[in-house]
Write a protein that binds this ligand. Structure first.
Ligand code: AMP
Length: 184
């Protein structure tokens, strides 16, 4: 499968990159936040982004796209429509109303929990995982563990932005495709 930014037409890649805004010291001092809202507001960039995210999975019989709260919902829902798949939200602790399965994981500071509705995915469901930014990789790895734990078949993951210097990819199983559109 195509799993690198090289698959993106150069004009699309340039347009996407130009629509990622760096916000220093957010949400805390020392963090350079990659703000994707300018990309979302640009119709051409957003459509190009969703098409690029969808490209590796066309014809792959994806049952569901699983998006990580919160910005993964935006790309994930659009990707699900593009792939004619369902959308399943992976939410922070206590947000989903029905019976859930969850996984606890560590963040740089403190800990977090991701949950999914226990009945959201049939056993063996073919899923793709999506988020906006891959940083240290803890969130994506936890989501993978959660989906495997409920019996889904995770065909791969996709992010819009990969922060390579944080080496998050090392926490993702090497045998499972991980597509990132833009590398910083
Ligand atoms: P991590 O678990 O460290 O890979 O963090 C990934 C999650 O945190 C994603 O859901 C991102 O939305 C968010 N995130 C982490 N670092 C950044 C950053 N520098 N800019 C924007 N979002 C970030």
């Amino acid at each position: 499968m195509r799993a690198s930014a090289a698959a993106l037409p150069p004009d699309v890649q340039a347009r996407l990159a130009a629509r990622i805004r760096d916000v220093p010291d957010f949400p805390r001092p020392g963090v350079l936040f990659k703000d994707i809202t300018p990309l979302l507001a640009d119709a051409v960039a957003f459509a190009g982004c969703v098409k690029a995210l969808a490209a590796p999975w066309r014809g792959a019989r994806i049952d569901a796209v699983c998006g990580i709260e919160a910005r993964g919902f935006i790309f994930g829902a659009a990707l699900a429509c593009e792939l004619e798949a369902g959308f399943v939200p992976l939410r922070k602790a206590g947000k989903l109303p029905a019976t859930t399965r969850g996984v606890d994981f560590r963040l740089e500071y403190g800990s977090a929990r991701l949950e999914v509705h226990a009945d959201a995915l049939a056993p063996g469901a073919r899923v793709v995982l999506i988020d906006d930014v891959l940083a240290t990789g803890g969130t994506l790895a936890a989501a993978f563990e959660l989906l495997q734990g409920v019996g889904a078949e995770v065909l791969g993951a996709a992010v819009v932005v990969e922060l390579e210097f944080l080496r998050g990819r090392a926490r993702w199983p090497a045998s499972v495709p991980l597509l990132s559109l833009l590398h910083f």
